[in-house]
Design a protein around this ligand. Structure first.
Ligand code: NCD
Length: 340
């Protein structure tokens, strides 16, 4: 008989996350980071996965997501190997990506992958499910399409920021920049639609406005949204602003970014005065000129906290995929009791 699968086995798309799953992941991330504050706690965490190994297959550029997963695995004691350039793999000998990834599944217990091709992670997950040694696949960014773990860390950050304001329900969130080609805004807006009464404002020049697929999904979920071109007028009326960069690596597909003025979609120091006192400013990073560095010191600028939160939510996600969360919860409760 096949063992019953946990709520998330492959992590491919932010639509997969139910709200209870997100809540559980956030609670677990909080526990793991509390445990990680002591040497004994870090030593404990490093035993939770010291029998498992992960392959990080990142053939599209990455700094944060790669290091975040690498660090999460390291914290849990999971050994990691990496391929970051397909020119160093047998793909140059003409091997298909499917065969390359199937090879990884023969050696490793988890595949974390970032790729230019939308949908490849789904294809690989389905393929591995048919093999004698299926292993979970985590999508760490797929083309212009999805970035589910970024959406998880963004939600985790918003939850922590809005703790004293009743959480994410009822909040108004603005997405700014190249919304057409950014995968982070697709993953996050779809996940946010699972919260009650969330409003969204998509702020972009018309050439880079959010795609019909996103808007139709939000309509299906009954989410109220607005499309805007004027960024400054939006700043004072929202609870969170999610800035994104121009995704000009996709220009070869027909959009000439250089003809569009993106300077108006940039958060400058003078904009801080327009931002509500409790509002927060997020960015998945890397940034270019969308947020002036002088803004970094303001307590409402939370993009560096997002980076740190990403590591802990990925620790939680890995534990949940392998259904090892109980070990972390038990340790947390025992440590809590010892302290009291
Ligand atoms: C994002 C991505 O790769 O989609 N970066 C990240 O993972 N934090 C955003 C981007 O590259 O613009």
């Amino acid at each position: 008989m096949m063992a019953e699968r946990p709520q998330i086995y492959h992590c491919l798309n932010s639509r997969q996350f139910s709200r209870p799953f997100v809540e559980e992941a956030c609670r677990l991330a909080d526990m793991a980071r509390m445990i990680g504050k002591t040497k004994a706690g870090m030593e404990f965490l490093s035993t939770v996965f010291n029998d498992k190994r992960a392959m990080l297959f990142f053939t599209q550029p990455s700094t944060r997501t790669f290091l975040s997963f690498f660090s999460a695995c390291q914290i849990l004691g999971m050994h990691c190997a990496e391929v970051r350039d397909s020119r160093t793999s047998s793909e140059v000998k003409g091997e298909s990506e499917e065969d390359t990834l199937r090879t990884f599944s023969s050696f490793f217990d988890l595949i974390i992958m970032r790729h230019y091709e939308a949908g490849l992670a789904e294809t690989i997950a389905a393929l591995l499910d048919q093999t004698e040694r299926p292993v979970p696949v985590i999508n760490a960014g797929s083309g212009k399409d999805q970035h589910p773990t970024q959406a998880l860390l963004d939600i985790y950050t918003l939850k922590r920021c809005f703790q004293a304001q009743g959480g994410i329900d009822g909040k108004c969130i603005a997405f700014v920049g190249d919304l057409l080609r950014g995968r982070t805004i697709r993953s996050l807006s779809l996940l946010l639609s699972k919260y009650d009464d969330v409003k969204m404002v998509f702020v972009a020049p018309s050439a880079f406005q959010a795609g019909r697929d996103i808007l139709s999904s939000l309509e299906e979920e009954g989410v109220s949204y607005q499309l805007e071109e004027d960024f400054e007028s939006v700043i004072p009326r929202v609870d969170a602003i999610y800035m994104t960069r121009l995704q000009d690596e996709w220009d070869k597909e027909g959009h000439a970014s250089s003809t569009i003025d993106m300077n108006r979609y940039s958060f400058q120091a003078r904009h801080l005065a327009l931002l509500r006192p409790h509002a927060v400013l997020l960015h998945p990073l890397p940034r270019r000129q969308e947020i002036a560095p002088e803004v970094d010191g303001d307590p409402r600028a939370v993009y560096w906290r997002q980076v740190r939160n990403g590591m802990w939510i990925r620790v939680a996600l890995i534990a949940l995929i392998f259904q090892r969360q109980e070990r972390i919860i038990e340790y947390f409760q025992q440590a809590d009791r010892r302290e009291r």
